[in-house]
Design a protein around this ligand. Structure first.
Ligand code: PXL
Length: 289
């Protein structure tokens, strides 16, 4: 049987400098053998994490017309992947876009990008963050960090340490909103380790994937993680395989970023690790044929 082409629509902002969102999703998914189309929610000179005076152009009025134009030219996607949104209004629009392109076999991954370290990003209003729960209900897979998961579930932020039972209960609650699979980033049980926990509603199984923690705050790694997770799922990996691959890839890039000693606001140094990722994904594709 001929495999369907791996195609994805990535609905995120385009931050020109300081790698994150689309400047991460496009190369990572391409390396995974996925054809990605970009629907920018906003255009920024830099991301909002630690840069003052950034230029911000919200693309809310353009979002639906761009999606409708795609529809008119026959665009079809195996996956729909949303991340950082430019305004509260965009939540309803992204729901509409999901419906426009949803097919029986399609995979909707929502990374409810809205904050980190217990705080919302500066462009996110409370209303926007509250609306994000609606988008999560429409997803097959959600991949929040701890800040986002607590916000979505209406819980106070928990900085950790976490327990297996605590992580599982958060993941079950996320799946209770609608998704069949949930992945939680920023998971750890003991100091010195960091990774992600994943849960599949069908199997009822929670698994953890941990690596040694590299001290520091590394911008753009959430986008790197989610894009790799999606690439893995599209290539036929199980949820745990995709999650573990995403943790490993993110860990490798953080090691390189930390070793470079550069400004971590500029984004993760993932480029030299793309061949490793591409090979892994190709092997997975071949093993499925
Ligand atoms: O990496 C998440 C992200 C995406 N897009 C923009 C951001 C951030 C985090 O700060 O500012 C514009």
């Amino acid at each position: 049987m001929q495999q369907r082409e791996l195609t994805c629509a990535a609905i995120h902002d385009l931050s020109g400098f300081g790698k994150c969102s689309l400047t991460v999703a496009l190369p990572v998914l391409s390396a995974c053998g996925v054809e990605v189309s970009a629907l920018p929610t906003a255009v920024l000179s830099t991301h909002t994490g630690g840069f003052a005076g950034y230029i911000y152009r919200d693309l809310t009025p353009e979002l639906l017309p761009m999606a409708k134009h795609w529809e008119s030219v026959g665009a079809r996607f195996k996956a729909l992947y949303s991340g950082f949104l430019g305004s509260g209004e965009q939540i309803g629009m992204v729901e509409e876009i999901f419906e426009m392109f949803r097919e029986p076999e399609s995979l909707i991954l929502v990374d409810p990008v809205m904050g980190d370290g217990g705080k919302l990003y500066s462009t996110y209003t409370q209303e926007m963050a509250d609306g994000m729960v609606r988008l999560c209900r429409r997803a097959d897979v959600v991949a929040p960090n701890m800040t986002e998961a607590c916000h979505i579930l209406g819980l106070p932020y928990d900085p950790g340490p976490y327990t297996r039972e605590g992580l599982e209960s958060l993941l079950r609650a996320l799946c209770g909103l609608g998704p069949r699979q949930a992945v939680l980033t920023g998971a750890w049980l003991q100091k010195g380790e960091l990774g992600a926990a994943c849960f599949d509603r069908e199997t009822g199984e929670m698994r953890l994937s941990l690596r040694p923690e590299i001290p520091g705050y590394f911008h753009g790694t959430g986008d790197l993680f989610s894009s790799t997770l999606l690439g893995g799922l599209l290539n036929g990996m199980t949820l745990y395989e995709a999650c573990d691959t995403a943790v490993e890839f993110t860990h490798r890039t953080i090691v390189t970023t930390a070793q470079s000693g550069g400004d971590t606001r500029f984004g993760p140094k993932f480029e030299t690790h793309l061949p490793w990722l591409a090979q892994l994904m190709e092997e997975k594709r071949k093993s499925r044929k």
